[in-house]
Design a protein. Structure first.
Length: 258
């Protein structure tokens, strides 16, 4: 482990908390993705775990995946590695909760969307800004329509506009909303104590598999197709490469619509 993931075992090792630790933006780079996947796989040897939590160090959850790793020659490896996190979580079938403060964008938002429960505080800003870079978000393109309906999913995915915490709560993305990060952590721990920890770890896994049968089947059957669309077609366009390049050069993109 490199320190980009902090792992805590809580409540007699029934809860495992993963802190994304790449301040101040907690960007998901290839190192963090590898560390996170390795740590998740290790949970296969811990049948007593009943809840996985994801939280960001500092003021923000995560600004998303590393933009330099989106460039054309690196995108295939980045997407394969990132999507591997989703397949791993499906395979584990352990209940998951995201604890979101501050910015939760791009790949960070997709990790939060993947969770069974998304708790937030009033500072949360959640969105998929990929379209502003000339690209799209494969996992969110599948998950958002299931969670909030096609109309709202289209707005989030095609405008790149971030939702504030209240908006996210109103459309059903957020399970519960709290005043600040301290209250968020405390109340989620109390919530887990009441609703998750009294259950059987084994039965919770069967419950997750059953409740998410359609959800999981969609990701397993379609995520690879969107990955291929991204790599083989999108990244062959001028504008997708211009969007990534302009972001790294800190300038406005010059679209050629091709």
């Amino acid at each position: 482990m490199t320190g980009k993931i902090i792992i805590e075992s809580l409540r007699e090792e029934q809860v495992v908390r993963f802190t994304l630790n790449n301040p101040k933006s907690n960007v998901l780079d290839s190192i963090m993705m590898k560390d996170l996947k390795d740590a998740l796989i290790d949970l296969k040897q811990k049948p007593h775990v009943k809840l996985i939590q994801f939280i960001g160090a500092g003021d923000h959850f995560c600004f998303g995946a590393s933009v330099p790793e989106h460039v054309r020659d690196k995108a295939p490896q980045m997407l394969q590695q990132f999507h591997g996190l989703f397949y791993t979580l499906i395979d584990l079938a352990i209940p998951t909760a995201a604890l979101v403060s501050g910015f939760c964008l791009g790949g960070g938002f997709e990790i939060a969307l993947m969770c069974n429960f998304l708790f937030a505080d009033n500072t949360a800003q959640l969105g998929q800004p990929e379209i502003t870079l000339g690209v799209f978000a494969p996992p969110a393109s599948l998950i958002l329509p299931l969670k909030v309906g096609q109309t709202k999913a289209d707005e989030i995915l095609l405008t790149g506009r971030a939702l504030n915490a209240k908006e996210a709560l109103e459309i059903g993305l957020v399970t519960q909303l709290y005043d600040n990060k301290e209250n968020l952590i405390t109340n989620v721990d109390d919530w887990a104590e009441k609703y998750i920890l009294p259950r059987s770890a084994s039965s919770l896994k069967f419950g997750v598999r059953a409740a998410r049968k359609k959800f999981n089947e969609l990701l397993q059957s379609k995520l690879g197709q969107l990955e291929k669309l991204y790599i083989d077609e999108l990244m062959a366009t001028y504008d997708a490469n211009e969007g990534i390049k302009s972001f790294m050069e800190k300038r406005q993109p010059k679209w050629e619509n091709r």
